[in-house]
Each structure stands twice: as structure tokens, then as C-alpha cells.
Design a protein around this ligand. Structure first.
Ligand SMILES: [Zn+2]
Ligand SMILES: [Zn+2]
Length: 162
């Protein structure tokens, strides 16, 4: 469950554990394809009047292609999350703070999960740091073998050859 009842928090810290499915509306607009639900866990506690601190983590898998050789890949993602939920507008200067309506009866962790996920998704993935990519002429995957194309000539040597 990613919505925790405020009354439950009055009694003490609450262990949080739940999942967001890849098609959850909270994840709409995410610029990545998820190959697994986002698994969330952590601990939420009241740290003052209408202030709640959540220490948690998320885990999921991003699906995509190697940027260089286009091989389909699944990249695991893991991130720690610290978030403050508060009804106090002054607390919201903190980049890790999320607004809570003053009449809120529950703390919804989903916005913090979304935010952290947006930061954690890599802009691109590669199958390996050493990936040699595709030949720009014939498209051969240069990780699996060489092609018959002439090797590219370094432009600095061009003058010497002519
Ligand atoms: Zn690759
Ligand atoms: Zn080639």
C-alpha cells in the first residue's frame, strides 16, 4: 500500500511496502518502458504536527535497447528515497518535500516514487561500456564480428594519403 492512513501514523512509524504497476496513473509521462512493477518499501513516521518523513527505496526494471548496438536490454534500477510530506507551505522549499492537503486523511507516497524514478531512469542504456556498436555503413553488429567495410580513415591522415 502506498497510501498510509494518518491515524495509523499517530500510533507510531509505519512500515511501507507496495507496488506501482507500470500503467499506474502516477507514472504517466515517464520517459521509459518499465519491464516490472515498481517495488517500494520503507518506513513512514510523523515528525511533528502534520509533518511526515518517509525513508524508502524503489526497485524496478527499465526495458530498452543498447544505444550503440540496439540489442534489447533490461536494466535494473534501484534508488533510495527521502521525502517529507507536510501541510506547512514553508516546509515545501525543501526539494524533497511534498505538499499534503491540510484535511488529508492519508499520505500518498506515489508522487515521491514518481519523482525519484524520473531522476533514476538513465537517459540511455548500453549493453556494456565496451560495446562497439553497429557499422555505420552496413549495420553489422561489431560486437559479434567484423564486416567487410573499409575501416574509417581518421581525417587527420587524409592529407598524407592524397
Ligand atoms: Zn551494445
Ligand atoms: Zn560494415
Amino acid at each position: 500500500m502506498l497510501r498510509i492512513d494518518v491515524r495509523e501514523l499517530a500510533a507510531g512509524p509505519v512500515e511501507t511496502r507496495g507496488e506501482l504497476s507500470p500503467d499506474d496513473p502516477a507514472l504517466e509521462g515517464l520517459d521509459a518502458r518499465l519491464g516490472a512493477p515498481v517495488a517500494v518499501q520503507g518506513r513512514l513516521q510523523a515528525i511533528g504536527a502534520e509533518r511526515f518523513f518517509w525513508q524508502g527505496s524503489l526497485r524496478t526494471v527499465v526495458e530498452g535497447e543498447c544505444r550503440r548496438c540496439l540489442t534489447p536490454l533490461r536494466a535494473p534500477i534501484q534508488a533510495e528515497i527521502s521525502a517529507l510530506f507536510s501541510t506547512d507551505p514553508e516546509a515545501l522549499d525543501d526539494p524533497d518535500a511534498y505538499a499534503l492537503a491540510s484535511e488529508a486523511t492519508a499520505v500518498d507516497l506515489a508522487p515521491a516514487v514518481r519523482e525519484e524514478l524520473l531522476l533514476s531512469v538513465p537517459r540511455f542504456i548500453v549493453c556494456s561500456e565496451d560495446c562497439r556498436g553497429l557499422c555505420p555503413h552496413c549495420g553489422t553488429n561489431l560486437n559479434t564480428g567484423l564486416c567487410a567495410c573499409a575501416p574509417a580513415v581518421d581525417p587527420r591522415w587524409q592529407g598524407l594519403r592524397s
